[in-house]
Design a protein around this ligand. Structure first.
Ligand SMILES: Nc1ncnc2c1ncn2[C@@H]1O[C@H](COP(=O)(O)OP(=O)(O)OP(=O)(O)O)[C@@H](O)[C@H]1O
Ligand SMILES: [Mg+2]
Length: 240
């Protein structure tokens, strides 16, 4: 019978919640407000891959490659070493998104071209793990909700068919106003959804991860508090 292969994240306490790791070859969405740990989760997932001999690509939209290396180093992860060995690459999303067609009012990203270019690079590198942090710029250009949904569906489909990677996509959480948002749209389309949230507990802000869904996985919809610890990254705390 068909079995879902697992891709461990290396995150203490997390892999056990999802039968050992993320479902191989799929796209998982992490959504959360600023500073909640989306980038650190993404980097940890990539670093764990490198330790296991799986090459990776991080596509940045908001941050410079140097800043990403510095963020990783602050947690004790020497990504630079893997860049030098050509086992890891940090790319700028902008390089893939210059292919925008149409007048400014009606602009649309050429996702076929963007993912085609990315897949060519990734397959040459033999990448097994990919992060788009955030994924929004690949689908969003002052678009209507329906078009964003179509674009997101296309993005996920193209990633699935043109690259063998397991993908982590991040997006900013927007308060649920009933208005169609990126967050709302993407949740339906990805194989898994993790929500990162700051919550107040005894007058203190705590970091929390909510496992909303994970296809092909016996995953309970749980909420876990977590810490970010130097040298370890994200560490889930035992639920009280
Ligand atoms: N070396 C470190 N040791 C401990 N905690 C750290 C370290 N580096 C960052 N942090 C914590 O992680 C937070 C940033 O997390 P991260 O960059 O993953 O958030 P994010 O969700 O990606 O935010 P954004 O939406 O702004 O990109 C910092 O505000 C800090 O609290
Ligand atoms: Mg970030």
């Amino acid at each position: 019978m068909m079995q879902t292969d697992r891709v461990p994240t290396g995150i203490a306490g997390f892999d056990g919640l999802v039968e050992g790791g993320l479902p191989k070859g799929r796209s998982i969405l992490i959504t959360g407000e600023p500073g909640t740990g989306k980038t650190i989760f993404s980097l940890q997932f990539l670093f764990e891959g490198l330790l296991r001999g799986e090459r990776g690509i991080y596509v940045a939209a908001d941050e410079e490659p140097m800043d990403i290396l510095e963020q990783a180093a602050s947690l004790g992860w020497n990504l630079e070493e893997y860049v030098e060995k050509k086992e890891f690459a940090i790319l700028n999303a902008g390089a893939y998104l210059s292919s925008v067609s149409g007048a400014s009012k009606d602009r649309q990203i050429d996702i076929h071209k963007a993912i085609g270019d990315l897949a060519r690079f990734g397959n040459q590198l033999e990448a097994k793990r990919l992060v788009l942090d955030p994924a929004g710029p690949f689908v969003l250009l002052r678009d209507t909700a329906t078009r964003i949904q179509d674009q997101t569906r296309l993005l996920i489909k193209l990633l699935r068919t043109s690259m063998p990677t397991t993908n982590v996509l991040t997006s900013y959480a927007v308060p649920r106003t009933g208005e169609m948002t990126m967050h709302g749209v993407e949740e339906y389309l990805t194989a898994g959804v993790l929500v990162f949230k700051m919550l107040s507990k005894n007058g203190q802000l705590t970091r929390n991860l909510i496992l909303e869904k994970m296809r092909c996985t016996d995953a309970k919809p749980v909420q876990h508090e977590f810490d970010i610890v130097k040298g370890k990254g994200i560490v889930l705390l035992e639920n009280a």
